[in-house]
Design a protein around this ligand. Structure first.
Ligand code: G3D
Ligand code: MG
Length: 182
């Protein structure tokens, strides 16, 4: 029988980096040029099968407006989440510099570090790219996170970003089980 996991995960990053576009692409398989601005927070559900691990994962993906104003909304957003995607826009350096604030806010709200995947989004805009792959990888390495380059527009590596996160969360949860058994 396949192993089954359920995880809540959060989309983190500044406004307009593509959090909603990635979530929509992943959970519904499409891209819409004109998104409704996320108000408060919202979640979508998607099942994934990891063939090589013979494992099914049900992901509950929480997406939040870029600048949540209310502390209480934020707490509900983070509560119970097991990991997240730290998303920035490769054409805007400010959004890359800010991912560390999102990492910090996440661990503060959860009172612990959870697995995160650094997602360099909008790589289809190659001519306006400002943040290099090396910079993104370096940040990810420093924090023991993994790094993925994606485009919600073309769909490139979108599923990869979420499945990479699943693998990290499964590893973490297995490590916890075996340390409890030890
Ligand atoms: P957010 O949820 O992080 O705030 P959105 O960001 O998903 O709303 O995306 C913000 C804008 O970037 C949207 O454009 C969206 O279409 C665009 N976008 C998202 N991902 C990509 C991508 O990978 N490539 C390109 N080229 N654009 C992307 P608008 O014009 O609707 O503001
Ligand atoms: Mg959004």
């Amino acid at each position: 029988m396949s192993a089954e996991y359920r995880f809540k995960v959060v989309m983190l990053g500044d406004g307009a980096v593509g959090k909603t576009a990635l979530t929509t692409r992943f959970t519904q398989g499409g891209f819409e040029a004109d998104y409704k601005r996320t108000i408060g927070s919202d979640f979508a559900i998607k099942k994934l099968h990891l063939e090589d691990m013979d494992t099914n994962v049900t992901l509950q993906v929480w997406d939040l407006a870029g600048q949540p104003r209310f502390e209480v909304v934020r707490q509900g957003f983070y509560r119970g989440s097991r990991g997240g995607l730290l998303v920035y826009d490769v054409t805007r350096r400010r959004t890359f510099l800010n991912i560390d604030n999102w990492r910090e806010e996440c661990s503060k709200n959860l009172n612990r570090e959870v697995p995160l995947v650094v997602v360099a989004n909008k790589v289809d805009l190659a001519n306006s790219r400002i943040v290099s792959p090396e910079e993104g990888k370096k940040y990810a390495n420093e924090h023991n996170f993994l790094y993925v380059e994606s485009s919600a527009l073309t769909g490139e590596n979108v599923e990869q970003a979420y499945s990479t996160l699943c693998r990290m969360m499964i590893e973490e949860s297995r490590a916890k089980v075996s340390s409890n058994e030890a």
